[in-house]
Design a protein around this ligand. Structure first.
Ligand code: SAM
Length: 218
């Protein structure tokens, strides 16, 4: 990792940890609930990609019996995550793994559930990332990968604060949660040959649910 990226990460991880504990705090339990209600996977291995301060991993652990791998390429994010996991008393259920989504250091067909929130718009090569995600998914497993705030009330509340703080936010969120973006992901998933998927666009956000029926990679 370059020196520049490390420096950006130090401030970035402090800011992310801060917002995850304040403005975004109520969204994680709601997203965890959405994941479990939609996919019904509550046991086995879950991988949270771009887990940051581990707020989603913690919320999912609290609502399930899943053993969770919190994967992130930033050491600084992992420092914050380690503190939060420890404070939550979940060190036996959530394990940190340093790694990049473009070359995930996990075996083929090893994850029952793969989740990721607010990370994919940072990925350099979305095709490679999704091939890797598909590779580590177990047959019968599912993903919930995307962006969002869980429900309409939380989304509307967060938009008011974000629009005030950052004039670019409106355009960023309009583009992120748009039918055009869904089409872009659909084209990408068809091009790499994912056989079965659903893209959710609604009050809960934009989420990509991949399913895997046969073992192996694409
Ligand atoms: N998922 C967390 C949440 O919702 O609170 C954190 C979201 S934060 C905006 C994005 C995270 O993705 C950061 O922790 C960043 O280090 C991680 N990330 C970005 N690109 C990555 C990559 N290529 N591989 C692994 N992690 C990555």
């Amino acid at each position: 990792m370059s020196e520049t990226k490390k420096n950006v990460d130090k401030k970035g991880s402090r800011d992310m940890d801060e917002i995850a504990k304040t403005l975004f705090a109520p969204v994680y339990p709601v997203i965890a609930e959405n994941i479990i209600r939609r996919l019904g996977i509550t046991t086995g291995t879950c991988v949270d990609i771009g887990s940051g301060p581990a707020s989603l991993a913690i919320a999912v652990a609290r609502q399930s019996n899943l053993s969770i791998i919190a994967l992130d390429y930033s050491d600084d994010m992992h420092d914050a995550a380690a503190r939060n996991i420890n404070e939550a008393g979940l060190s036996d259920r959530i394990h940190l793994l340093c790694g990049d989504v473009h070359a995930i250091p996990l075996d083929d067909d090893s994850a029952d559930l793969i989740i990721s929130r607010g990370s994919m718009h940072f990925w350099d090569d979305i095709r490679t990332a999704f091939r890797e995600i598909y590779r580590i998914l177990k047959p019968g497993g599912k993903t919930y990968i995307g962006a969002g705030f869980g429900n309409k009330e939380l989304r509307d509340e967060i938009y008011i604060t974000k629009n005030k703080a950052n004039p670019d936010w409106k355009e960023f969120s309009r583009k992120t949660f748009s039918p055009e973006n869904v089409e872009r992901f659909r084209t990408m998933l068809d091009e790499i040959g994912v056989p079965e998927y659903e893209i959710i666009l609604g009050d809960e956000g934009l989420w990509i649910v991949l399913s895997k029926t046969k073992p192996g990679a694409l």
